[in-house]
Ligand binder design. Structure first.
Ligand SMILES: C[S@@+](CC[C@H](N)C(=O)[O-])C[C@H]1O[C@@H](n2cnc3c(N)ncnc32)[C@H](O)[C@@H]1O
Length: 275
């Protein structure tokens, strides 16, 4: 498994962020996804990001993971037959943290290969249980691949409700592709919940994002980003959205705002639809 210099690198970075705040993220599996012989390189990458860009990725990523986990858990309480679909899944753990009827994870081919390999190792070691998770390799920037994926999700869901997650992904896609990926969940059918994280348009000039662009440039991660508003998201999903800012999430899970949003990558989490 190689930590390549491309957008896939961000999957390793945010996994390390959750591994550093396992309790806040409520993800005891976070530290398992990267094998021991790679964890050192991933920690070094994280430390360099913290020094060069900002030191709070663990906070924001763990908060977003926590609200997503809680939202999914509530959906499952309502509909136990819910099927989970996660786009840009990276090394997140939702299919193993919650008892979904079925789960599908989608990512770029090299990340899917790494995830599949590690999941098999962790199953063999008894760290993961035996549940089947469908791993799908697809470039979500490719309209044909998205159409193919949509057909596959419909077949997979087989009429059951779908909880659809795109976490830490949308901003890396060009505007039209980002919008199409936000809308994938509602395209599956009427019974769907959509949970996406995004960068608000109002934050486009944020100084931390400028520092991140410089860091990305050196690591061949695309710098251009898509920013959205809650109005854009509502229009795409055809419903109102509940919006959670990093400050809202700190109040909810930490009882206070420990780091103001001016010092954070302003990643918000939007939730739309009900099961
Ligand atoms: C910041 S990581 C987030 C990973 C995971 N959702 C999490 O929160 O830990 C972004 C993920 O999006 C994936 N990704 C980026 N562009 C993609 C594309 N065009 N098609 C599919 N996946 C993509 C990356 O490979 C990476 O795993």
């Amino acid at each position: 498994m190689d930590v390549q210099n491309d957008v896939g690198l961000t999957a390793y970075l945010v996994n390390e962020s959750r591994a550093r705040r396992k309790n806040l993220a409520a993800d005891p599996l976070a530290s398992e996804w990267i094998a021991d012989d790679q964890r050192g390189a991933v920690r070094d990458l994280w430390d360099e990001f913290a020094e060069t860009v900002y030191p709070h990725d663990d906070l924001v990523v763990s908060l977003r993971a926590r609200i997503i986990l809680d939202t999914l858990s509530q959906a499952l309480d309502k509909r136990g037959d819910t099927v989970l679909v996660v786009c840009g899944a990276g090394f997140s753990s939702y299919p193993w943290l919650l008892p979904f009827a079925a789960a599908m994870e989608v990512d770029l081919p090299h990340i899917v290969a790494a995830k599949r390999r590690r999941a098999a190792e962790l199953r063999a070691a008894g760290v993961l249980d035996q549940r089947e998770v469908e791993h799908v390799a697809a470039d979500l920037n490719d309209p044909q691949a998205r159409q193919h994926l949509l057909n596959r999700i419909r077949q997979f869901a087989a009429g059951r409700p779908v909880a659809y997650v795109a976490e830490g992904l949308i901003f890396y896609l060009p505007p039209d592709e980002a919008r199409a990926v936000v809308g994938l969940g509602v395209s599956v059918g009427p019974e769907s919940l959509t949970v996406v994280s995004y960068w608000p348009l109002a934050a486009a000039d944020h100084p931390v994002l400028a520092a991140q662009r410089r860091w990305f440039r050196r690591r061949s991660v695309p710098e251009d980003a898509t920013y959205l508003t809650t109005g854009d998201l509502s229009a795409i999903v055809g419903d109102r959205v509940d919006n959670h800012s990093p400050e809202d999430l700190q109040r909810r899970y930490l009882g206070e705002v420990v780091v103001p949003e001016t010092e954070l990558i302003p990643e918000h989490v939007a939730v739309a639809g009900q099961l």
